[in-house]
Design a protein around this ligand. Structure first.
Ligand code: PLP
Length: 356
């Protein structure tokens, strides 16, 4: 029987077909929902309101409730959501916004369009998230907000960062469905931003995003700022991803590599399953040969990007540098089976033993 979500390849030695375990499987989880999705799309076509129509309004209410927050405002994508959230909490020209460098580029990219300056802080290389200590090290009187990224589906320690007396905007693009001390990701700061990019925990058929907040003034501000809406369809797959992460634990992954550590109190919704190994990049090719897709994330962290040189040059972020070199994302999806997880772990073990 073929593996779901896998593409057929030839084993280099034997010429027999082997299955590739892909990093993401955005198609199989949708199979059981196809009927409902087609009906919902038909409703939208019939209704004819394609931007900010009743479907978006209904989604906003459901998503706000799922995030344990009063309001959600649908926007075009996660990058717009972050920029609008920052502007919504009052960030503007002359302000500084603290951001991690070990994150997707969009986190920092969202800051300059507000007129503010990104100030990079380090991450804890075990959790991938910023901490109160790394933020404190770069706070100045000009700091207007801190962007706490819930990296790979982990949840940043937002309450501890807020205790420093600075508003936090949570970049929860990768963490729909995660919790910190039983509070949903996205409900922890003054406002939060989500992406519904197809490979995210809650993926749309295209781009989508939302700003979530319980502050009515921020919500109102963001509603007036938004210029694009999006119609979204969704697949809740949080529990499935957690199961997949458990399969890796059961298969003994920690004997070969170091998995990311949950922030204290967090129940992550692993958007990516990331492990660490000092020679991570060298494992990618042998894993591919064994039929396992793997990828390193943010190898060149944001503060080292040419476009950020004005704000990023000459700063030392050792946790970020360590994680940028050692991280390796391995397959995770709601349909990853225990047998596939074991196959990935075995391939990892083999690839590591074969390193010269
Ligand atoms: C942490 C983080 N922030 C922001 C974004 C931007 O989201 P989008 O691609 O929907 O603009 C992403 C998406 O990749 C992300 O991972």
């Amino acid at each position: 029987m073929g593996l779901r979500g896998a593409c057929a390849r030839r084993h280099p030695d034997y010429g027999c077909p082997i299955a590739m375990i892909s990093l993401f499987d955005t198609k199989t989880p949708l199979e059981p929902l196809k009927g409902a999705i087609a009906a919902a799309i038909a409703n939208v076509l019939e209704d004819g309101r394609f931007i900010l129509g009743p479907e978006v309004t209904a989604f906003e209410a459901e998503f706000a409730a799922a995030c344990g927050s009063a309001e959600s405002v649908g926007v075009a994508n996660g990058t717009d959501a972050l920029e609008l959230a920052l502007r919504g909490v009052g960030v503007g020209p002359g302000d500084e916004v603290v951001v991690p460098s070990f994150t997707f580029y969009a986190t920092a990219e969202a800051v300059p369009p507000t007129g503010a300056t990104p100030v990079f802080c380090d991450v804890d290389p075990d959790t991938g998230c910023i901490t109160a200590e790394t933020v404190k090290a770069v706070l100045t009187p000009k700091t207007k907000a801190v962007v706490a990224v819930d990296l790979f589906g982990n949840v940043a320690p937002v309450p501890q960062i807020e205790a420093l007396g600075v508003p936090v905007v949570e970049d929860a693009a990768q963490a729909a469905g995660a919790t910190l001390c039983d509070q949903p990701a996205g409900s922890l700061g003054l406002a939060s931003s989500f992406s519904f990019f197809p490979s995210k925990n809650l993926g749309a058929f295209g781009d989508g995003g939302a700003v979530v907040t319980s502050d009515p003034e921020v919500a109102q501000h963001v509603r007036t700022l938004r210029f694009h809406g999006s119609k979204d369809k969704k697949t809740f797959d949080f529990i499935g991803r957690r199961n997949a992460a458990r399969f890796y634990d059961d298969a003994g992954i920690a004997e070969h590599v170091t998995p990311m550590v949950a922030v204290d109190g967090a129940n992550p919704a692993w958007h990516l399953f990331v492990v660490k190994h000092p020679r991570a990049e060298e494992l990618i090719a042998p894993l591919r040969e064994a039929g396992v897709e793997a990828r390193g994330y943010y190898r060149s962290p944001v503060h080292k990007q040419p476009a950020m040189s004005e704000w990023g040059s000459g700063i030392e972020l050792p946790g970020t540098d360590e994680l940028a070199k050692t991280n390796l994302a391995i397959p995770i999806s709601p349909v990853l089976e225990a047998g596939q997880a074991a196959q990935v772990v075995e391939a990892l073990g083999n690839a590591i033993s074969a390193l010269p």
